[in-house]
Design a protein around this ligand. Sequence first.
Ligand SMILES: [Zn+2]
Length: 344
Amino acid sequence: MVVGNSTFVIAGQEVRPGCNKTVELQIPELYTHTPMVMPVHVVHGKKPGPVVFISGALHGDELTGTAVIRRLMQNKLLGQIRGTLLLVPIVNMYGFIHQSRYLPDRRDLNRCFPGSESGSLAARLAKLFMDEIVSLSSHGIDLHSGAIHRTNLPQIRANLEHPESRDMAMAFGAPVVLHSGLRDGSLRQAVDELGIPVILYEAGEALRLDEYSLRTGVKGIIEVLRSLSVIAPSRRRSIKAKNSFVALSSSWLRSQNSGMVFLTVALGDYVEDGETLGEIVDPLSERSTPIVSHQAGIVIGRSQIPLTNEGDALVHVAEAQAGIVAEELADLVSPLSSDGDIFP
Ligand SMILES: [Zn+2]
């Protein structure tokens, strides 16, 4: 006999098995007397299973996640899930209104986790998210875009030393999976430290939407939900899941001098160590400086603005020296995963 799911309680509201509900978390009002809420769309399955939060727009100008969640909500597969989805399309509502990455006090919400009740606005929002969303969740997927004037190849970032996070990262099937164990006050780090498996999806550019990033995002989330048995396996599955290029590190190539930038590399290009990736020119003279790669790898991010000051980040390269494709990773990590530390 299959046991049915129990009623899900979030922010004091009940969601019955097999039902959807949009719950509004109260957040501090604007100084205009305007009330503010953080909406959470709850999809609660008839059968028990994982509770997965999916968050977008922690950075208020990163619209990819909001659009991916919206498209996901319209997918028929969500009508028959096991477990529960907590969909939060706009976490930083204040930044979203102002088309800004930050909160009104210029704080970066994704550097203020796990937050506190008595701290800054960012700290209070972070604490609310941890208490109302993360504390109910068994898994998490956080959705981002590149910063303003920067675009990212669709990629997953995760702590690959956490076996369940690694499994989610590989199930997603993004072109690149980047190991990231940074201690940076991010939501991902705060969730990871609780032992909850979590991955971060990065794709596209702030304040822009592109179809490739949206499709890769929706498809990837569905594959992750399949891997967690939240969504049933596909009956029409004949094509093998795509391999991701796995990189254990990445670095930004910075401009050696100021000027106008002409980049000749695109997202997803493989570049060699010593390869010329474009040039920086002086607008008034013949001076031109080549932009030379200092490592081999795949271009996972690039500046979109053709102007640079010396030291600005131009091209983000996932390193090939340490990079391995997923098939090799499976061989490499499976025997080692029980040791808990796959990276020497
Ligand atoms: Zn972001």
